[in-house]
Design a protein around this ligand. Structure first.
Ligand SMILES: [Zn+2]
Ligand SMILES: [Zn+2]
Length: 179
């Protein structure tokens, strides 16, 4: 089941669907920018807004007022705290960067088409706007690895490394959670 973010409207481009793969439990992979260990969080509307925020920051045409600010996230293993935006894996980051590029191309095309239409009276049009290639790249399926931990503090579930023992930090409120 891919997670979908719909309703992204940038300068009239219309509704876009941005997807990141989830595992069968509905979890999305994250990687600590400090210790590089991976964990997973359950996909929520907040994650969807995070993608919009990330894309918005990469697209200079985007209306940033519509884009929510990134919430901080805490690494369950090393307690490193940073904006959730920094916890994308390199593969997710690469994918979102390419999606942002293709959105920019679509926006530029719409702008050129607008110029073209307003020059329709001109008997000697000097250019023709060409539609960009459709975006087809997708990330591979998310494997069902790691084990589920219930966070009593936030009543949320996350997934951590099978081998991790002792305690973790809640990624949302930084509480100690014995496991
Ligand atoms: Zn960490
Ligand atoms: Zn918590």
């Amino acid at each position: 089941m891919p997670c979908q973010v719909e309703g992204l409207s940038l300068c009239g481009v219309g509704v876009e669907t941005i997807t990141l793969p989830l595992d069968r439990g509905g979890f999305c992979r994250r990687r600590c920018p400090d210790c590089q260990r991976e964990f997973k969080v359950r996909w929520t509307e907040m994650e969807g807004r995070l993608i919009l925020q990330h894309l918005g920051a990469s697209i200079r045409f985007a209306n940033l007022d519509e884009v929510a600010r990134a919430h901080p996230l805490v690494c369950p293993y090393c307690a490193h705290r940073e904006s959730a935006d920094s916890f994308f894996t390199p593969a997710q980051r690469e994918h979102l960067a390419r999606r942002a590029e293709s959105l920019e191309a679509e926006i530029r095309f719409e702008q050129l088409r607008h110029v073209e239409r307003s020059l329709a009276e001109n008997p000697y049009p000097t250019f023709l706007a060409l539609p960009p290639a459709p975006f087809r790249a997708s990330l591979g399926p998310e494997p069902d690895d790691m084990r589920v931990i219930l966070l009593p503090c936030c009543e949320e579930e996350i997934k951590i490394r099978e081998s991790w023992t002792g305690w973790i930090r809640c990624p949302y409120c930084a509480s100690h959670v014995e496991i």
